[in-house]
Design a protein around this ligand. Structure first.
Ligand code: ATR
Length: 289
């Protein structure tokens, strides 16, 4: 019998903290990366109940983990455990990646870079001088808005059912980039058919309610538009189907999930994952999921 060595006594430890975790693909993503890159490292799910959260985080540190990801519902709650917080994580108010070094916890938010890398690499389009519409006002919208504003758009439209949340994001982005033109809307009450890029960060259209389209069926697109939906289950949402029907370029959010994970891996390992490796991993997951 061949003895396989997935983990050894001295293997580096990584993991993901959240609840639930049964559907998380992060363990597969990071263990695949370690396998490809020849790193002696194991990444495990660390499901925690709310009451055990603080003890759990102290336990991870005590056990010598090199770092961990944080997902729903703890991306905000983890902030109080951080010794150092990156500018992105602090602007967004959420940490999804923690690096542990010399006994200190460093909080990062790799969703910003993950979205930016996925969008620009998969569409071949950047945000420079573009008119960009962002649908949604949650944590994902904050990360996307920050990624977009760094790309130098000519104008951002923040659209959310609860307009106050869109305005709160507008305020954060204004602080970061005072000269960006931003308008906030509670509904699609303007002709965004002239926009260059539309990004959906709402949960509308996600499995099992796959027929739903954010802000109704009235939207019109143009063939020159790029439409990105953060949802990847189903792989083609009602929004993407409709945009594609109009001839727009469409991309789903699997790439963001993969690229934010790869960025986290780079932070933990102090290394650059080459573009061809990232692309091969993304292609692999597109076929697998
Ligand atoms: P995330 O952290 O992934 O952004 P979230 O904070 O739960 O998740 O945000 C979900 C987003 O989807 C919100 O912007 C929410 O709108 P509200 O801020 O008005 O709640 C949006 N959303 C959810 N269901 C919606 C619906 N039926 N119509 C329009 N927007 C919806």
């Amino acid at each position: 019998m061949e003895i396989k060595s997935f983990a050894k006594g001295g293997s580096m430890l990584l993991g993901v903290v959240g609840n639930p975790l049964a559907h998380s693909i992060s363990p597969q993503l990071h263990n695949t990366l370690s396998d490809i890159l020849g790193k002696d490292c194991v990444y495990v799910p660390l499901r925690m109940d709310e009451d055990d959260f603080d003890d759990g985080i102290r336990g991870i540190k005590a056990l010598g983990f090199k770092g961990f990801n944080v997902t729903i519902p703890y991306k905000n709650k983890i902030l109080k455990h951080m010794d150092v917080i990156s500018q992105e994580a602090s602007l967004i108010g959420a940490v999804n990646t923690v690096k542990i070094k010399d006994g200190l916890l460093y909080g990062h938010n790799t969703d910003v870079r993950g979205f930016y890398d996925s969008f620009t690499r998969e569409t071949g389009v950047d945000f420079n001088k573009k008119q960009v519409v962002i649908l949604g006002g949650g944590g994902a919208a904050r990360a996307v808005a920050l990624a977009v504003v760094r790309g130098g758009p000519s104008r951002m439209y923040l659209v959310n059912r609860t307009i106050k949340k869109a305005e709160a994001i507008g305020d954060i982005i204004k602080k970061y980039s005072p000269h960006t033109e931003i308008t906030c809307h509670g509904a699609i009450d303007f002709n965004f058919g002239r926009a260059d890029i539309l990004i959906n960060t709402t949960s509308v259209g996600m499995y099992p309610d796959t027929g739903a389209i954010p802000f109704g069926q009235e939207m019109e697109f143009s063939p020159s538009m790029v439409v990105y939906d953060l949802i990847y289950n189903p792989p083609e949402t009602g929004l993407l189907k409709k945009a594609s029907h109009w001839g727009a370029k469409t991309v789903n959010g699997l790439g963001m999930l993969i690229y934010q994970g790869i960025r986290a891996y780079e932070i933990w390992m102090d290394m650059k994952v080459e573009d061809d490796v990232s692309k091969a991993v993304l292609d692999g997951f597109r076929k697998y999921l």
